[in-house]
Every structure is written in structure tokens, then in C-alpha cells.
Design a protein. Structure first.
Length: 303
């Protein structure tokens, strides 16, 4: 059985200079979060890949081992224009490699699974209150404070209604809930105003016709929420904690520096400080960090 999937991509802007002109072009990246399917998707393209010397050196240093898949592979496919009466896909013409690879084949499908997502709407929120004050915001992309609530009415919020580029929604939802509750019940714990100018660095660029307008960079977003609550450690603070009392305290600055935006890192200080955060960082999180190649495998295993 042949598996075919349409490609899902995100475009990132980058600067390009040529002939004294500065232009913005888009680098297209294919996001795939499944380790098991990655080898199946990349197989047909690895066969014809003409890699540079730099790419070969990079792969030798940091490339994970790619498992052998035998004769199994997953074809990427452009979004079809139509399906004929006998079940053959009519592909949309383009210059993309997945189209060029499949354009001369007849692809008959047994099943089509629609995974095109959805748009969340809450029409009952669209009605203004009896006094006529406040502006309704029935969809998540209408909020204007940290992708959580609207400045006209902070008493209800959209928790988890965002799309991280990589990472999971639940950890971001936890940070969102912390900031929202803190803003409602203890606003004095938020050291400065939540200004929109601090949001551009975590927002993903999107096309105007895109269905999702609230994509965020996971790491940048969670760190901004931590800064808003004064819960983010500085470098010197992390180092000082490494010299503090307690067993294996030296692990804290290493996890702080080499770990991703783990929520527990932002429970060491701030309004949601937790006494058990240090032990989680020194234990569970450290076990993940020390799996890193080279630095930890070669130099830190003696600890």
C-alpha cells in the first residue's frame, strides 16, 4: 500500500542582497514531528541528494542515524486539484520537487483523510453586554495581549489557543494560565506593562490568506511570558544557584543554559515559585540534558 501525504510548510523571511538591492525572500521549511515517519518521507530525496562538503561534515557531526526502511516510503504530494471518476489524483502543477517526482505517475487513491484543521469560533461571546461597553472577541486571533486576552475585557481568556512551531501546546497553556491569573489577582506581581512591542519577536510570519494567524515560536513565547512575570533567571543568578547548598546544585546552571524553555525553569523565582523546581531540574531534566552528544558524552559523564 502506498502512502501519500500533502506537504505542510511554514515560510520564514530572510534578507537577501543582490545588485545593491535589499529584498525579503522566504525560506520554506517542512515541519515533521514524527521520528518514525521522517526516514520514510526523506528516503526518495536522499537518493538524489547532491550534498556539499559542508553538508557531509555537518551530517557526520550532528545527524541522527537514519533507519533503513526497505521498500517502504511516504510520498509527499502537492494539494490535488481534483479526483477523477476512477479515483486518479489530478495534481496541481508547480516547480516543487514533490510534483516533479510524481507528475508522470497515475496515483489512484483508496482513501483520503482530511487533516486540514479547523477554526475555533465562539459566537455566544460576540454579543456585547447590556451596557454596550467593551468589544466582543469571539475568535482567538482577535486577542491583543500575549495571545491570551483582549485589553477591553481581561476577565475571560483563550488558554491554549495558539500554534507553536515546534513543541507542545499544554506547556504553553500552563504559562498562559499563570500570567492570566496573576494579571487578574495579583497585578502588582507583574513588574511592567504588557506592551505589544514585546510580541513581534515570537510571532510567526504568515500569508494573509493563511487560516492560522496566531502561530508562535515556542521558545521565544514561553520566555516572554516568564519575563512578564519576572520569573526568568538571569545568567548570574543561575551561576549563583550552581554554587548554592544542596546535592548536585552545579547542574542547575547547565540545565538552565542547555535546556529548552522548560516551564520548571521559570518556577525557581517569581509569583509561581515552587520549592520542588530545583530537584526536577537536577534530576529529571538533567537526565535529558546529559544525553546530548559531544559536550556531555565526552566531558561530563565523570560527574
Amino acid at each position: 500500500m502506498r502512502s501519500t501525504t500533502t506537504s505542510a510548510e511554514v515560510s520564514f523571511p530572510y534578507l537577501h542582497t543582490a545588485a545593491n538591492h535589499l529584498t525579503i525572500r522566504f525560506l520554506t521549511v517542512f515541519f515533521n514531528k514524527s521520528n518514525k515517519s521522517a526516514a520514510l518521507i526523506s528516503k526518495p530525496y536522499r537518493k538524489t541528494l547532491n550534498r556539499s562538503l559542508f553538508e557531509r561534515i555537518r551530517s557526520a557531526l550532528i545527524q541522527v542515524q537514519i533507519p533503513e526502511t526497505g521498500d517502504r516510503e511516504i510520498d509527499l504530494c502537492p494539494w490535488p486539484e481534483s479526483v477523477t471518476s476512477n479515483g486518479t489524483l489530478v495534481l496541481r502543477k508547480s516547480n516543487r520537487p514533490e510534483y516533479i517526482r510524481l507528475k508522470d505517475e497515475q496515483i489512484k487513491v483508496d482513501m483520503i483523510v482530511y487533516c486540514t484543521g479547523y477554526r475555533q469560533e465562539f459566537p455566544f461571546i460576540a454579543k456585547q453586554n447590556e451596557s454596550g461597553k467593551g468589544k466582543p472577541y469571539p475568535t482567538a486571533d482577535m486577542v491583543d495581549v500575549r495571545n491570551i486576552w483582549h485589553s477591553d475585557d481581561p476577565t475571560y481568556a483563550y488558554i491554549g489557543f495558539l500554534r507553536p512551531n515546534l513543541g507542545a501546546i499544554p506547556p504553553l497553556a500552563e504559562m498562559q494560565a499563570q500570567l492570566w491569573v496573576c494579571h487578574l489577582l495579583a497585578p502588582h506581581k507583574i513588574p511592567k506593562a504588557l506592551h505589544p512591542r514585546d510580541e513581534s519577536h515570537y510571532r510567526l510570519w504568515h500569508l494573509n490568506e493563511s487560516r492560522i494567524h496566531y502561530g508562535v515560536d515556542h521558545e521565544s513565547y514561553v520566555y516572554q511570558l516568564a519575563l512578564d512575570m519576572d520569573a526568568a533567571l538571569g545568567a548570574l543568578e543561575a551561576v549563583r544557584m550552581g554554587f548554592g547548598p544542596g546535592e548536585n546544585a552545579w547542574r542547575i546552571p547547565l540545565v538552565w543554559a542547555f535546556g529548552s524553555g522548560l516551564n520548571t525553569k521559570f518556577r525557581l523565582r517569581g509569583p509561581w515559585k515552587w520549592s520542588g523546581a530545583e530537584n526536577v531540574l537536577k534530576g529529571e531534566m538533567w537526565e535529558q540534558i546529559k544525553k546530548r552528544r559531544w559536550l556531555f558524552r565526552e566531558y561530563f559523564l565523570f560527574f
